[in-house]
Design a binder for this molecule. Sequence first.
Ligand SMILES: [Zn+2]
Length: 422
Amino acid sequence: MILIKGADLFGKTVDIAVEGDRITKVGKIAPSSDATVIDAHGLAVLPAFVDMHVHLREPGQEYKEDIESGSRAAVAGGFASVCCMPNTKPVIDNKYIVKYVKTRAAEVGLAKVYPIAAVTVGEAGAQIAEFGKLKEAGAVAFSDDGRPVENAQTMRVALEYAKQFDALLISHCEDLSLVAGGVMNEGFVASEAGYRGITRASEEVMVAREIVLADALDTKVHIAHISTEGSARMIADAKRAGIKVSCETCPHYFAATDELLADGDPMGKVNPPLREERDRQAIIRAIQDGTVDAIVTDHAPHAAHEKLSLSDAANGISGLETSFALAYTTLVKSGAITLEKLSQLMTSSPAALVGIPCGEIKEGGLADIVLVDLNAKYEIDPSEFFSKGKNTPFKGREVWGKVRMTMVDGDIKFKDGNICKA
Ligand SMILES: [Zn+2]
């Protein structure tokens, strides 16, 4: 038995007993002689986090990240479960690669990894992948993330298939014709710095398309990484109208703006791009009012040589190890939302969308648990990341909230800065 002593559960001090993969008791518990006791005084206890949008790069791009390094980053960031996007090489578009990812993740034995399979074969946008077989093999959702499904009829058919298989389709909304060679958000900063901008419309026209298609087919669709005021407004309107649309956003869209790229720093280059303050405020409001269903990292690790100049840099931020602290500091410390609400956006809400189990701090609950020191104030230092990707625009950012322990299925996988392997 593992006994967590004196943890703070949303303002209440509790002891938590864990046996096997379950929480057996929550309350005041006297330690028995065979118990491993973890002193959690001064630490907050939460269900371990769930990230429904990460890129683990394996198979094919292990120089950026692999399932082992990505799993280490996950548990170091407080995540018990991550869903990995299929834009690997080869693409996760058949049952063999789905099984490969699951097998490899089980061998690594840290975080639980759930593959998301491609909507179209090779993410090429033409032939729909075999949803039934992929779901049977363990795919929890479908997405061509990294790329949009450009053809509206292809998306319409894919949504019909998804409905038939009761699968979640996650749309990376980007009209490539409107991106038009841009490298950052279209606005004041881009013009001042002399870079070609990307209009908000490149995201918003496709958000509008997906809402229209979901409405027409009376089926659900999930919008990935929303970044603009307009996307948030359309999704809020659609939800009010009863259309089955859900969405996610990432810490960088509420903790940063395109000002981070004013001096040409390629670390802040991400897709969709960091927007302006009014968008950042709108995303925070959308989190407050329930428009946003999940906070995800879009963890996108890259090698150092791929992040050298803004014009040529790859898009993406290594996010698993900064997500909670950025969200806690920006949203909870500021008073925008409660810790309970943040916890829900990083656990039960995404878990329900993709239909996977997640922790719950109650008797009988799954023992996916994280202990966080909410009073720890520190500067983000990418050299300490377990991820191979050190690409973050938040280097030196002062944040609150440090993950001290991550438990997955009742086993401690990360504690006091170290990965724990069985
Ligand atoms: Zn994407």
